[in-house]
Design a protein around this ligand. Structure first.
Ligand SMILES: [Zn+2]
Length: 384
């Protein structure tokens, strides 16, 4: 007797399979599962399924005064099974964030801000005394399953007069744990070339396709040598769309030069979720359909690529033995207008619409199934 069987699910390659979930894991994938199951979700060969979507850059510490949201509003209610909070929280607030995160159905992880104050104000690295290395190390050890990376924001409004110094510190603080370091890039100084030259394999440049002067292209619109060298060393590009950090023009130019992000992420929080231009991870994914990315590439960038760069070993693949995190969605044939962070608009003739997701529970491997508003409209329901 399985916990859950999903009948007639459509994979991204259009093949139709049954998928069984038991004790929080994917246990069988085949044409026709005959084993009994506690619960059944029939997708009638109509709806798609993939490994659960992972948003590698969000803000979901509810008590943050500037960038706050509730994990499930950007997570299970939007087809996203795992969210990474990218530096909203520093060592001073991580205890509280951890407690809050445990109440969510969505899997929540933290990239701990190197500044102990986190994002309680925009300029968390303007005073180097806010970097408390012993406290940082203590929290990293205390929450080793929850803190999966380190965040440093390297733009003018954040670092004040400190220039490249916070990044020098961050690279040093990274040494002990070896965790991935996510670097926010934006307005200069510090200069992008100086930042890029310090990064090593597995470090993540977020807001990679921002349209600010300090972008990945030089004045002639060619890729900066520093970025080319960084990519060659294994530095990763992450979208981190946000309210100010995604430009269609930059993304289009990048595609022309054969430069692709490893991960598509939203940088979502309440304001850009409600007012746009982010709205949801699915909406950001749809923007890459306008850009001519294949559906497979888009899905990979929120599943297996994300799991790989975040070192989430049991996630990101729809395969036997992996965590039973699954996203059910439609690719709706409908023309939509989408705006980037610069107010530029493009049209897409299809869009990703999340309908439901399955998430493994933390307690005794229970399975939670979230059906979105759109999923209910489509008549998706669980039968016993
Ligand atoms: Zn962010």
């Amino acid at each position: 007797m399985y916990d859950l069987v999903i009948k007639k699910a459509k994979l991204i390659d259009e093949s139709i399979v049954d998928i069984a979930v038991h004790l929080g894991k994917i246990v069988e994938i085949s044409k026709n599962i005959t084993e009994q199951s506690q619960q059944i979700l029939d997708l009638h060969a109509k709806h798609y399924i993939s490994a659960g979507w992972i948003d590698s850059h969000t803000h979901c510490f509810a008590r943050s005064p500037i960038y706050y949201d509730a994990p499930d509003l950007i997570g299970t209610k939007a087809g996203v099974t795992s969210v990474v909070d990218a530096g909203s929280v520093g060592a001073l607030d991580i205890d509280e964030f951890y407690q809050l995160a445990q109440q969510a159905n969505t899997h929540v992880y933290s990239f701990l801000n190197i500044s102990k104050i986190g994002l309680i104000r925009q300029s968390e690295l303007a005073d180097m005394r806010d970097i408390d290395v012993p406290l940082f190390d203590t929290m990293l050890a205390k929450y080793s399953h929850f803190i999966i990376g380190i965040k440093v924001r390297m733009s003018r409004s954040v670092v004040g007069e400190n220039g490249i110094l916070p990044l020098v510190k961050a690279k040093d603080m990274q040494k002990k744990s070896g965790l991935p370091l996510m670097i926010h890039v934006g307005n200069n100084p510090p200069e992008l070339d100086d930042i890029a030259d310090m990064l090593t394999k597995g470090d993540i440049i977020t807001h990679c396709f921002n349209g600010k002067p300090n972008r990945i292209f030089d004045k002639e619109n060619n890729l900066r040598d520093s970025i080319r060298r960084a990519i060659k060393r294994g530095v990763i590009l992450d979208i981190g769309h946000g309210g100010e950090s995604f430009s269609f023009a930059v993304a289009e130019r990048a595609k022309l030069l054969d430069i692709y992000p490893t991960t598509i992420s939203s940088d979502i929080y309440s304001k850009n979720r409600i007012q746009g231009p982010v709205f949801s991870l699915a909406n950001v994914m749809t923007k890459f359909i306008c850009l001519g990315y294949s559906r497979e590439r888009i899905i990979d960038s929120v599943t297996k690529n994300a799991a790989q760069i975040l070192h989430l070993e049991n996630k990101g693949k729809l395969s036997i033995g992996y965590d039973a995190d699954l996203t059910i969605f439609d690719i709706k044939q409908e023309t939509v207008s989408l705006s980037d962070s610069e107010g530029e608009v493009r049209q897409s003739h299809e869009q990703f619409v999340p309908l439901a997701c399955v998430v493994t529970g933390s307690k005794e491997h229970t399975v939670c199934i979230g059906i979105t508003e759109e999923g209910s409209k489509n008549g998706l329901k669980i039968s016993n």
